[in-house]
Design a protein around this ligand. Structure first.
Ligand code: NAP
Length: 254
């Protein structure tokens, strides 16, 4: 049997990079996918691609994860189209060149934007989806943090703080929601080859410097993260909650 047969998953930031790959893999493994992103055209293209292969497996929605009202709309639409919500992947985030900015260059507005998009939105997602998961008697939430949520120096302090907040939001929610059989875990990628890291990976010198810090000597691909997220989302991980999973080629093991 497919690993997510009969499951309904909301995946944010699914128009690009890791979220898009998770949407494809989840559909391949039997899930119905509500793929959302602030980039409407991109997420529609991902859903169209999925539906061409697995008819009716995906819908696309424009969704700014910082907007609480839109979260309600997304969940209502998921239930209207697919009947329930089993899985939430809080994947949408910002980083890029700005995410590597130094303390002297980050102003209050920049700090608040990173905290809102990368951390507060995950709280909104959890708060919005939990009532629906309680109706099913179970659920799995995966928050995409970063290796920068575990150690300092991997990115700017604003990005690092937002991902650290996500790490402990995960543990707090896991403890609180365990009695509802709702599991909450965090994933901490290192360097993954997506548009977010192109500022480093498209620059040969910066890429070579980055690779020196990675024991496996390669960067990860979106598919690598998607397989870990798939496992945590599935019932195979039924005894796992409040845990953090690093996927970084060994970078933080030093
Ligand atoms: P990506 O390719 O840039 O995808 C992120 C998607 O989220 C983009 O489509 C982005 O749109 C969207 N988004 C941004 N703000 C949003 C908002 N307010 N509401 C809804 N969607 C929004 O990046 P990725 O690498 O796949 O990143 C996925 C997650 O992994 C992020 O949380 C990121 O912080 C985390 N992560 C990435 C790496 C890495 O090496 N790539 C490492 C550690 C953690 P825009 O293009 O308009 O911003």
């Amino acid at each position: 049997m497919a690993r997510l047969e009969g499951k309904v998953a909301i995946i944010t930031g699914a128009g690009s990079g890791q979220g898009a790959e998770e949407a494809r893999l989840f559909a391949k493994e039997g899930a119905k996918v509500v793929a959302t992103d602030i980039q409407e055209e991109k997420v529609k293209a991902v859903a169209d691609e999925i539906n061409a292969q697995y008819e009716g497996a995906a819908i696309a929605m424009k969704h700014d994860v910082t907007d609480e009202r839109v979260w309600q709309t997304v969940i209502e639409e998921a239930v209207a189209k697919f009947g329930k919500v089993d899985i939430l992947i809080n994947n949408a985030g910002i980083g890029g060149a700005e995410g590597f900015g130094k303390i002297d260059d980050v102003d209050l507005a920049g700090w608040e934007r990173f905290m809102t998009v990368n951390a507060t939105s995950n709280f909104l997602g959890i708060k919005s989806v939990v009532p629906e998961m309680r109706k099913n008697g179970k659920g799995s939430i995966v928050n995409i943090s970063s290796m920068a949520g575990i150690v300092g120096g991997a990115a700017g302090v604003h990005y690092t703080a937002s991902k650290g907040a996500t790490r402990l939001l995960t543990k707090g929610a896991a403890v609180e929601l365990g009695s509802d059989n709702i599991r909450v875990n965090s994933v901490h990628p290192g360097f993954i080859n997506t548009p977010m890291t192109s500022v480093v990976l498209d620059n040969p010198e910066m890429k070579a410097t980055a690779l020196k810090d990675i024991p496996l000597g390669i960067v990860g691909e979106p598919e690598d993260v998607a397989y870990l997220v798939l496992f945590l989302a599935s019932d195979e991980a039924r005894f796992i909650t409040g845990s953090e999973y690093i996927i970084d080629g060994g970078q933080t093991a030093r």
